[in-house]
Design a protein around this ligand. Structure first.
Ligand code: NAD
Length: 366
């Protein structure tokens, strides 16, 4: 079974779906691997790094022609679709619910497609979960970006010229990204507070040294341990509980999401206007509509001296680590789906069933 690694075509994308190290692990399991030339160059992997572990480096057209499995991080695009053949197995993040046209196009080719963003969030799928591995890096990078944009330092510093008090950081959403943001801000010496609609995150936030701002969530629904849309009553109670910290914060990182829905607005323009001059908000939910009312994706909006940066941070800004973790997730996924390099097609099994969006031209999930 030959796996083809394609160079990412989405603007700004620097990651690659398989690193040389993980390619070697798949080769040791009996797979053959072919990569489009320069596919790893933006993640600091040279063509020769792949060749050294037994991967063949070829032009784009050859990869499409020879590979039985095609790997990409971002959804396959129109140009890719022209080159896809019946019987090929595509693996990438397809976001099938918001991309019905793409799914139809793949099906019309008679191809098969697995979507990595549809991996169920169950314990045994944790090592395949690309959303977690990339969100973790996003949480780290959000704080680093914030530190760069702030006009203050994080730690307490006693100097002959006087004492600098530590910066105050507030994190909304204590999921994968939020926990890493807490840990990073703490390591840099900030005083950190955090809040989440799921009260079970209190202990996790505190174990990393943050003060948890508890908001009464009675009557709020959750599903399988994940947040659902909060009521207006909860939003009001959250503002009451968090505003004091928000108005004193030097850096705010928002990471709150609701699976499959638009991100909740947690900070209104009116609240931004009451924040400290020079404060920075990094809105990691900007691509899902934003947790801050004034944020705009990939833009910095300055409101009354507060910098609001809407970003989906780009795990590609740490593309070497992001590619390595993504690759390990893909490795675990492929090993899970196959036996001695042949697909098992166990459709009764939850991970296979949930991720198999198109099978030999037939759409299984809408
Ligand atoms: P996410 O990115 O969907 O959301 C981030 C956080 O925002 C969540 O903690 C959520 O509760 C919070 N949030 C949503 N609405 C909010 C509101 N109105 N106010 C405040 N906070 C709000 O979540 P995530 O980081 O992907 O994961 C959440 C949980 O799932 C974590 O505990 C994680 O450990 C777990 N998880 C498990 C697996 C697995 O078992 N395979 C994989 C990934 C995540």
């Amino acid at each position: 079974m030959k796996i083809g690694i394609l160079k990412e075509t989405q603007k700004g994308e620097k990651r690659v779906s398989l690193s040389p190290n993980i390619s070697k692990q798949l080769i040791d399991k009996g797979f053959k691997i072919i990569i489009e030339e320069d596919a790893g160059s933006n993640s600091s992997y040279k063509n020769s790094d792949y060749k050294d572990v037994g991967v063949s480096v070829e032009k784009r057209g050859v990869v499409f022609k020879e590979a039985q499995i095609l790997l990409k991080i971002n959804p396959f695009d129109e140009e890719d679709l022209k080159l896809i053949d019946k019987g090929q197995i595509l693996i990438s993040q397809l976001y099938h619910k918001s991309n019905p046209e793409l799914i139809k196009a793949i099906a019309s080719k008679g191809a098969t497609a697995f979507s990595l963003d549809a991996i169920p969030r169950i314990s045994r799928a944790q090592d395949m979960d690309v959303l977690s591995s990339q969100n973790n890096l996003a949480g780290y990078k959000a704080v680093i970006l914030g530190a760069y944009e702030m006009t203050k330092i994080f730690p307490l510093m006693m100097t002959a010229a006087g004492t600098i008090t530590p910066s105050k950081v507030l994190i909304y959403g204590v999921g994968v990204a939020g926990l890493q943001a807490i840990a990073t801000a703490k390591r840099l010496g900030a005083v950190v507070e955090a809040t989440d609609i799921r009260t079970e995150t209190k202990e996790q936030a505190e174990s990393l040294g943050a003060k948890f701002i508890l908001v009464d969530n009675e009557g709020e629904e959750s599903e399988g341990g994940y947040a659902k849309e909060a009521s207006e009553d909860y939003a009001r109670k959250q503002k009451e509980a968090v505003n004091k910290s928000l108005f004193q914060a030097d850096l705010v990182v928002t990471t709150a999401n609701i699976p499959g829905r638009k991100a909740p607005v947690l900070i209104t323009e009116e609240q931004v206007l009451q924040m400290k001059n020079g404060a920075v908000i990094i809105d990691l939910a900007a691509a899902q509509g934003g947790n801050c009312e004034v944020s705009k994706l990939n833009k910095t909006v300055v409101k009354n001296g507060v910098k609001v940066i809407g970003t989906n941070i780009a795990p590609e800004s740490v593309s070497t680590n992001a590619s390595e973790l993504f690759a390990k997730n893909i490795y675990n996924f492929i090993i899970h789906l196959t036996e001695e390099t042949a697909f098992k097609w166990d459709l009764e099994e939850e991970i296979t069933d949930e991720t198999l969006i198109v099978k030999e031209g037939e759409i299984r999930k809408n």
